[in-house]
Design a protein around this ligand. Structure first.
Ligand code: 5GP
Length: 212
């Protein structure tokens, strides 16, 4: 009996969210470096590029007018306002990558994650490859400590992030997995294990069949 792997299925859509200060972005970057088939989804944003950020690699940096036009054209699978800037995931970006068989990692906020979860209720193709991972800090005091130690944000911005974090943390049960980031190396290992295990889930292997 052989498992026939001649036709490849869609890649996985892996959404990763977590409050600012959870270490989500560092974890995603490290996992991305280690897993060859995993690609980032490049989002559109209206915020200005930071030093070292590259258009088309980190984000598509677009004007508010262009963002609104793309929203009206229904080009985003989700979009949200985060800390005063607009962000959106392009359907084309996502579909092209998963149809090429790549896993795609979306580092997006909780509002966007829940929009895609809702969208998937009416889209079997997306529902079949969607997985949501929540990265949490060990506790709220640690989150506050991490945000304050960055020393890049003004007090008002820190308070805003803490407030937002509270509303995000209560939504962790909407996700399929939760990883508590006590130690970055450990969390990277855990996330790699989760992704590797996802590839063994039968719902992601429907393209395979047994030669019987
Ligand atoms: P930053 O501007 O620091 O890169 O990202 C700020 C927040 O926006 C992060 O929580 C990040 O996950 C989120 N974000 C980035 N891209 C998107 C997107 O396409 N959609 C949504 N909903 N959030 C995003």
């Amino acid at each position: 009996m052989n498992l026939n792997e001649s036709n490849s299925g869609l890649g996985l859509v892996i959404i990763v969210s977590g409050p600012s200060g959870s270490g989500k972005t560092s974890v995603c970057n490290a996992v991305r470096k280690e897993l060859g088939n995993l690609q980032f989804s490049v989002s559109c944003t209206t915020r200005s590029p930071r030093i070292n950020e590259i258009h088309g690699k980190d984000y598509y940096f677009i004007s508010r007018e262009e963002f609104d036009r793309r929203t009206a054209n229904n080009e985003f699978i989700e979009h949200a306002e985060v800390y005063g800037n607009f962000y959106g995931t392009l359907k084309s970006e996502l579909m092209n990558k998963i149809k090429a068989g790549h896993d795609i990692l979306l580092d997006i906020d909780v509002q966007g994650a829940l929009q895609i979860k809702k969208y998937s209720q009416n889209d079997k193709e997306i529902a079949g490859c969607l997985e949501l991972i929540f990265i949490a800090p060990p506790n709220f005091a640690e989150l506050e400590k991490r945000l304050r130690s960055r020393q890049t944000d003004a007090e008002a911005a820190i308070l805003k992030r803490l407030q937002t974090a509270k509303s995000e943390l209560v939504l962790w049960k909407e996700y399929d997995y939760i990883l508590v980031n006590r130690d970055i190396n450990e969390t990277v290992r855990e996330m790699k294990n989760v992704i590797e295990t996802l590839h063994k889930k039968t719902k992601h292997l429907e393209h395979l069949n047994f030669d019987v």
